[in-house]
Design a protein. Structure first.
Length: 551
């Protein structure tokens, strides 16, 4: 039975999924990825599919376009686009629909765009393939599309490569590509997950405007309930391949019926961190830090100018303190963090544990490295796929404690895995065998095994579901309380920063816009840019949870 609840439902749905079952047949057994889901999508509406990683959201979306790899098996159900059955349809029929009548925006544009081709050429290929126009006509249409999706300086950007664009600009290119043939349905699979809050708000506003312009339906896949609350007409909540609740968004958020929906709505980072004593020992003290990158031009790459990525910043971090650094992409957050740890060249006076490190050579820095560790944004990218997690965690011990025996290293690895709530018996498994949240715990374990004093946390929760984020935040709090760790926490997620940090620094264009105690910054921001960031973040606690709690 299909879910038919819409405030703007025309006579017939444009897309109907009825009792869909999808299995993956693996050598280890059969995995039931989607189990009996049904819903309808109508022209001009936005339907959100929400749920945690592994709930079956993206699999459902890819099934619509028949993009699922082997060994997939549709055991039951149907997918109909304008009464045309897509499951089992001939390849020629699917090609007429895919990218033409139904288009898709993927989560990570950098992996979806060809790094060796100009972005203008890539969008033009869609028009040539589906519309049968020549390259000159396609180039003119691409320029119109770039203007439509508000890419800055669109004429110049036609010849740009993907790596030359920001994350938000790359996502706009993906939207232009999806809209090239003016589709009836746009499937947006986590299109804003890795974007800063202000860029996220711009992308969502752009999608809404384009939807009104073209009258298309949008199937929006996300785990960000704050975005769903603002953007979707209806919502379907998925869990473990099943549809557990569906309805008009306002009704689902204000009167959730299923316990899992209530759990999702309540999965917002909470709590606050008390300020540390001003008598606490200083771990890191930096004055007038600058980082410049050369601007090169000409055939020989001659340096013609300097770009100042970090502009004369000073800060002090004490034992047990967490400083949150927030700002848009390109504000200099990560560059500052790396400069403080001497992972890239900069200028300024930097003292770590009372030792001046800004002038130290790499060999002299090595003994201090064990005390300063980094946890990166993408654990899958920072963990070697060719090493077991036991080998990954033990690697630092081999460098900094070479006298330990193999047995002692193994005991240390087991102990730190228990510390981060990963079973020591799994230490012989590889990173791809763990979930995103587990991989981030492994990355934390790799840092913690050396018993550091200071940790740079560079967007460690941005790609995780809210419920997983909360568990990682709780782990970081517990480790900090137990070992007196000092954190420099870089993030564009203001809700997470508010829950974890006791001091916040707001950065823009390499400079400090505002800084101070966390609650002071969030409750009484002094600068307009800070207010813009907080407004753009619009966390679920501001809207959906108020509706939920008042029900």
């Amino acid at each position: 039975m299909t879910a038919h609840i819409s405030a703007k439902a025309p006579a017939l749905p444009i897309l109907t999924i009825d009792d869909l079952h999808i299995d993956f047949v693996l050598h280890t057994g059969t995995v039931q990825a989607v189990r009996g889901i049904s819903f309808e999508l109508y022209k001009g509406e936005t339907l959100a599919l929400v749920g945690e990683s592994g709930s079956g959201k993206s699999i459902t979306a890819q099934a619509i376009l028949q993009l699922l790899p082997e060994p997939v098996r549709y055991t039951k159900g149907s997918i109909e686009y304008q009464q045309q059955q897509l499951i089992g349809a001939p390849t020629a029929a699917i090609r007429k629909v895919r990218g033409n009548r139904i288009a898709m925006i993927f989560q990570e544009p950098m992996s979806s765009l060809n790094p060796l081709q100009h972005i203008g050429h890539q969008v033009a290929e869609v028009l040539i393939e589906h519309k049968g126009i020549n390259r000159q006509q396609a180039a003119a249409r691409v320029l119109e599309l770039f203007q439509l999706v508000e890419i800055p300086d669109p004429q110049r950007r036609l010849k740009s490569y993907p790596h030359e664009l920001s994350g938000g600009q790359r996502q706009r290119v993906m939207i232009a590509m999806a809209l090239a043939c003016e589709p009836d349905i746009l499937i947006a699979d986590e299109p804003t997950t890795a974007l800063d809050v202000t860029i996220q708000a711009q992308i969502m506003a752009l999608l809404k405007n384009l939807q009104q312009k073209f009258g298309m339906a949008i199937l929006f896949i996300t785990h960000d309930l704050g975005v769903v609350h603002q953007f979707a007409d209806r919502v379907c909540v998925m869990r473990k391949g099943q549809l557990v609740e569906h309805g008009i968004t306002k009704a689902v958020f204000s009167r959730p019926q299923h316990p899992y929906t209530c759990e999702l709505l309540d999965s917002e980072p909470s709590g606050s961190k008390p300020a540390v004593s001003q008598d606490a020992p200083v771990v890191l003290d930096a004055k007038n830090v600058q980082v410049n990158f050369p601007i090169r031009a000409g055939f020989l790459g001659r340096v013609v100018d300097q770009f100042r990525a970090v502009d004369t910043i000073s800060l002090t971090l004490r034992q047990g303190q967490t400083m949150g650094i927030v700002g848009e992409s390109g504000s200099g957050k990560s560059t500052l963090g790396k400069a403080l740890l001497k992972l890239l060249d900069g200028h300024g006076d930097i003292h770590f544990d009372g030792i001046q490190i800004d002038g130290l050579e790499p060999l002299a820095m090595r003994p201090l490295r064990r005390k300063m560790q980094v946890v990166f944004q993408d654990p899958f990218g920072s963990l070697s796929p060719r090493m077991t997690i036991g080998e990954i965690i033990a690697e630092g011990l081999k460098v900094h404690e070479p006298l330990l025996s193999p047995r002692q290293r193994d005991e240390a690895v087991c102990a730190v895995l228990e510390e981060v709530a990963i079973a020591p018996s799994s230490r012989n498994r590889y990173p791809h065998e763990f979930s995103g949240g587990q991989r981030q715990r492994i990355a934390i374990a790799r840092a913690m095994v050396l018993k550091p004093r200071f940790m740079l946390l560079d967007e460690p929760t941005s790609a995780l579901d809210r419920s997983v984020q909360i568990r990682v935040i709780e782990l970081l709090r517990r480790l900090q309380d137990k070992y007196g760790l000092t954190y420099l926490f870089i993030s564009h997620d203001l809700a997470v920063v508010r829950a974890l940090a006791d001091h916040v620094m707001v950065m823009r264009s390499g400079k400090v816009v505002e800084q101070g105690p966390t609650e002071q910054i969030f409750s009484y921001p002094q600068q307009e840019y800070t207010r813009e960031l907080i407004t753009a973040a619009c966390p679920l606690g501001n809207a959906a949870q108020r509706a939920h709690s008042s029900a």
